[in-house]
Design a protein around this ligand. Structure first.
Ligand code: F6P
Length: 538
């Protein structure tokens, strides 16, 4: 049955009509215990969701919607390895990657942890060798530069976490991330690096992704041009992939290969060998603390009742705005410069997972699915796009993320940062009314312009400090929130067929652009026009 035809959906639509104009000012006035009642703790994180346009009944109706969608059973299906990624006929078991080492996780009688632990062990050995200076380059010098080449899930996660946890990283090594097929990325990232001190990590689950393989081939050429001997490859290239055959074809020996499995989705692969650059950068212990943080939130998600379950509550609130208020986007606003890449990372995990228009029965959905995710760290965003959130015509629900302690305590910077963090949430929720402006003697003609309607919803997610552990919990919180929404929307969150058409068309267009084939008359007039321009002006 279609999601929006279900009983709970109908009840929520009716409830929405009663609630849509109620102001947060009124809700807080009526219930002094609201903030306390709508605060959750789990896996080292704090979540205050009281500044949402909801009452107790909204939460209970949303929870019933989750029950109607059989969310609890679906969570168990994921954890137990059921092939819930049906269109690719795969299990979805990234949670196993974060299980504590030494435990077992049986799926179909096979202990997946044996394989996971074996790869972790190999990663640890290699990472220690690299960071201790024992991994030598072709000319006998220790490695100084680590260059991760990957794209999508094989880049965004490692690059985001590297930025986020830079304070915990080995500053004696340089880390670079190359993803874009635009040679500018490769050129700029390799600038001033000595080839004999540089180690390339070719991270690609499939080892067929055009961008990564082209960048990897150019990196190989760059290295050979400088070191002038094929045998240098084994000192300077490590492959991270499921595709043994392609890795061998590229010339990387089995001892320099780290494997992952088809039950790890690209955008959920951060704690697999795809995160190897992080193990080198942060050290083995910190990498395990990151995994530990993920695991705590995984446990919370699996075990805590729906009404106190942070990913469930966040997911359902997202559904409330997306499907009843018709909000098109949501903003993720970390008040921590180290999390500058977090919104970009979430764009892939959320939009590639839930940007779907066909339901799990193969029919077009009759309701909105995944939202547009965007954001920037505070306070920068305040001086850029917050105007629209405060006084524009669109409803933009926001997630504010902040930490009580600073990693770089300097004067009163952190107090100012966090005062802004709190002030923005207060301003968005409660606004400023004309009568307040009158008492401040604001000229009558300016009052409409200086009024803040407020009633903009936000969640506040905090932890004591940004650490490998708290970051792991935070990422896992969002991963599971995305899962919850996929279940409610009855879509498959773990495939990504929408990226395929572009890949196919590139194969057709490339020879035309290179001039080895004539421009096909079967292209539309605009495509031919673009190609003609490029050929003429190249
Ligand atoms: O863009 C599609 C995609 O398949 C992503 O899902 C994935 O993270 C990325 O490409 C990279 O894939 P691979 O790791 O196989 O190179």
């Amino acid at each position: 049955m279609k999601t929006n035809k279900k009983k709970q959906w109908r009840l929520l639509s009716e409830h929405f009509l009663q609630l849509k104009n109620i102001h947060l000012r009124k809700l807080f006035l009526e219930n002094p215990g609201r903030a306390e009642q709508m605060t959750l703790h789990g896996a080292g994180l704090f979540l205050d969701y009281s500044k949402n346009r909801i009452v107790d009944k909204t939460v209970s109706l949303l929870l019933d919607l989750a029950r109607e969608a059989d969310l609890e059973a679906e969570i168990e299906h994921m954890f137990s390895g059921k092939r819930i990624n049906q269109t690719e006929d795969r299990s979805v078991l990234h949670v196993v990657l974060r299980n504590p080492t030494g435990t077992s996780h049986f799926v179909d009688g096979v202990d997946l942890m044996l394989e996971v632990n074996a790869v972790l062990h190999k990663m640890e050995h290699m990472a220690r060798k690299i960071s201790s200076g024992q991994w030598l380059g072709y000319t006998g010098k220790p490695i100084k530069n680590i260059v991760n080449i990957g794209i999508g899930g094989s880049d965004l996660g490692p690059a985001m976490v590297y930025e986020a946890l830079k304070a915990y990283s080995n500053r004696g090594l340089n880390f670079r991330f190359i993803s874009n097929i635009d040679a500018t990325h490769l050129t700029e990232q390799l600038m001033n690096l000595e080839a004999d001190e540089t180690l390339f990590l070719i991270a690609s689950k499939t080892f067929t992704t055009q961008e990564t393989m082209t960048n990897a081939a150019s990196a190989r050429e760059w290295l050979l041009k400088r070191l002038k001997n094929e045998s240098a490859i084994e000192h300077h290239f490590i492959a991270i992939s499921t595709n043994e055959e392609k890795v061998t074809e590229f010339g990387i020996a089995p001892e320099n290969r780290l494997t992952l499995w088809d039950w790890v989705g690209g955008r959920y692969s951060l704690t697999s060998a795809i995160g190897f650059s992080l193990m080198i950068a942060l050290g083995v212990e910190n990498f395990h603390l990151l995994r530990k943080g993920f695991h705590s939130m995984d446990q919370h998600f699996q075990k805590v009742p729906l009404s106190e379950n942070m990913p469930v509550i966040l997911g359902l609130l997202g559904v409330w705005y997306n499907n009843f208020f018709n909000a098109q986007t949501y903003a993720v606003l970390p008040y921590d410069q180290y999390l500058s890449r977090f919104p970009a990372y979430l764009q892939q995990s959320d939009m590639e997972s839930n940007g779907k228009c066909i339901d799990r029965d193969g029919y077009p959905v009759a309701y909105q699915t995944g939202p547009i995710v965007w954001g920037e760290p505070g306070t920068n965003g305040q001086h850029a796009f917050y105007q629209l959130i405060h006084q524009g015509t669109k409803l933009v629900p926001c997630d504010f993320i902040g930490f009580a302690k600073s990693i770089n305590p300097t004067g009163d910077h952190h107090d100012i940062l966090m005062a802004n963090f709190v002030a923005q949430q207060e301003a968005l929720a409660f606004g400023k009314e004309p009568q307040d402006l009158k008492t401040e003697n604001i000229p009558a003609g300016l009052i409409p312009f200086r009024t803040f309607e407020g009633n903009c919803p936000s969640n506040c997610i905090m932890a004591e400090k940004l650490t490998p552990e708290s970051l792991g919990s935070l990422i896992s919180l969002y991963e599971h929130k995305i899962f919850v929404q996929g279940i409610i929307w009855n879509i498959f969150s773990f495939d990504q067929w929408g990226v395929e058409l572009g890949k196919q068309l590139v194969k057709r267009i490339l020879p035309e652009l290179k001039g080895t084939l004539p421009i096909s008359a079967t292209h539309d007039a605009s495509t031919r026009n673009l190609l003609n321009y490029l050929l003429k002006h190249r």
